[in-house]
Design a protein around this ligand. Structure first.
Ligand code: HEC
Ligand code: HEC
Length: 302
């Protein structure tokens, strides 16, 4: 084929590919806007709110240990979770008393937001990992809400959720899903679960790990996180597992509290140690027992 024809064909192919790529990105961004604005229709019932001291303490424990502090801060005023300097900026809203976000909340609004990742106006939350909280028992949900409703006023503004172009395109293409998409909203809540060293309680507590370690606990790149975040580790006994370093529940508990492996090296601060260090012994030991029962998967299979 004469060289000029070849060159022309290559150029035309390149132009075609560029146009196709631009069209795909355009469609992905439009689809992202549609997903952000969509209405998630859910019938949500209120849960009974306790007011005894033990239940309120349980609610406080859940708030501190389940990761809420990472984005909403200890006092509930909200804090920045991600600011990659390239357009991705996420700040959790103030959810303490008197804040605009929760000023008119009814009990079912708390339940819908925390368990289902859906705001009172029916639109999805984008960043909050409600898939981790979906199976909270009614008793724990009630205790958590009772605690939240008693959090004293504190400084802090509304949520800031600024999506970078790549994040938005991936969200539009379905490579990143919001919690409301991930959750099977028809699943019933977990039955009441006591903080004891049982595999069942271990599974219950470990649901706060799936947003990062994946529903099958085999880890891998956490969808939507900046490129410099390490992949989450494989917690199953499969290939590339992080667990052989932990010969006992005690060693595991020490790492979860201190952020240091048995050999003294530091685990990435992507692990939410602020929250994990609050977990009590029974919950940590139960999780260790549960992780041993997982079917083996190779690393990164989510
Ligand atoms: C990884 C960060 C993160 C964690 C962990 C987190 N949240 Fe959020 N939360 C957010 C962000 C960001 C929003 C704003 C909505 C969104 O995601 O787009 C939000 C919104 C909310 C809202 C208000 C929804 C609305 O706009 O009406 C409530 C209530 C709330 N969170 C409670 C909680 C509680 C309770 C926990 C712990 C059980 C928790 N969150 C854990 C980041 C987080
Ligand atoms: C916000 C995301 C996130 C959450 C939530 C999270 N992890 Fe991790 N985890 C990570 C990342 C990322 C790594 C890899 C750390 C590294 O490479 O230094 C990791 C590593 C680990 C490791 C291996 C540590 C080692 O020896 O290298 C264990 C064990 C672990 N996580 C357990 C858990 C458990 C159990 C939970 C839930 C209670 C949990 N993680 C929740 C992100 C998370």
């Amino acid at each position: 084929m004469p060289q000029r024809t070849w060159l022309r064909r290559s150029l035309l192919t390149l132009l075609g590919l560029t146009a196709a790529l631009a069209a795909t990105v355009g469609l992905a961004l439009a689809r992202a806007d549609y997903k952000l604005q969509r209405q998630v229709d859910l019938q949500v019932a209120a849960v009974p709110l306790p007011d005894d001291a033990a239940a309120l303490e349980r609610g406080r424990y859940l708030y501190l240990s389940r990761g809420c502090v990472d984005c909403h801060d200890r006092a509930g005023g909200g804090r920045v979770l991600i600011d990659d300097g390239k357009g991705l900026l996420v700040r959790g809203p103030n959810i303490a008393q008197g804040s605009l976000t929760v000023a008119n909340y009814r009990v079912e609004d708390w339940v819908r937001a925390i368990r289902h990742g859906v705001k009172p106006d029916g639109r999805p939350a984008i960043v909050m990992p409600s898939e981790d909280y979906n199976r909270l028992s009614d008793e724990d949900m009630g205790a958590l809400i009772a605690h939240l409703q008693r959090m004293p006023r504190v400084e802090g503004g509304p949520a800031i959720v600024q999506l970078s172009l790549p994040f938005k395109a991936m969200y539009g293409l379905g490579l990143i899903e919001d919690a409301a998409e991930k959750i099977d909203h028809s699943l019933p809540p977990s039955p009441p679960m006591a903080s004891t060293v049982s595999v069942a309680n271990g599974a219950y507590v470990a649901s706060m790990c799936i947003g990062c370690h994946g529903p099958g606990f085999s880890g891998g790149k956490i969808p939507g996180t900046p490129p410099d975040w390490p992949p989450a580790s494989n917690l199953t006994p499969g290939e590339g597992s992080a667990m052989p370093a932990y010969k006992s529940a005690e060693q595991f508990a020490t790492m979860m509290r201190s952020g240091r492996r048995p050999d003294g090296s530091a685990v990435s601060s992507v692990m939410p140690f602020n929250a994990l260090k609050e977990l009590n012994d029974a919950d940590l030991h139960a999780m260790y027992a549960y992780l041993q029962t997982l079917p083996a998967k190779s690393a990164g299979r989510r």
